[in-house]
Write a protein that binds this ligand. Sequence first.
Ligand code: TYC
Length: 101
Amino acid sequence: QKDTVVDRKTQTKPKLERPKLYKVILLNDDYTPREFVIMVLQSVFNIGPETGYRLMMTAHKMGSCVIVVCAKDIAETKSKQATDLAKEAGFPLMLSTEPEE
Ligand code: TYC
């Protein structure tokens, strides 16, 4: 059987869809201590104290703040880890995820 020959110019490259990225969002609340928020950002997201302070204060003033943008499963795992750490310590700190535009 003969191979079908397709002219190179008419070949179409299969377009691979890039997996959607997700934002991890830090939500403000009235009870979680500032220092605890910074500690959670440090331990779950490897964010240093200066950046942690800046992100925490942004959520504190604006109501929320994007912490990282990453793959869906990582975003969901990390936001759950952070929320669980707070829950264990008795604080209502919440992090959520949402797809990027
Ligand atoms: N608003 C909290 C307080 O005044 C601190 C805080 C900041 C809590 C950011 C959550 O995502 C947060 N103690």
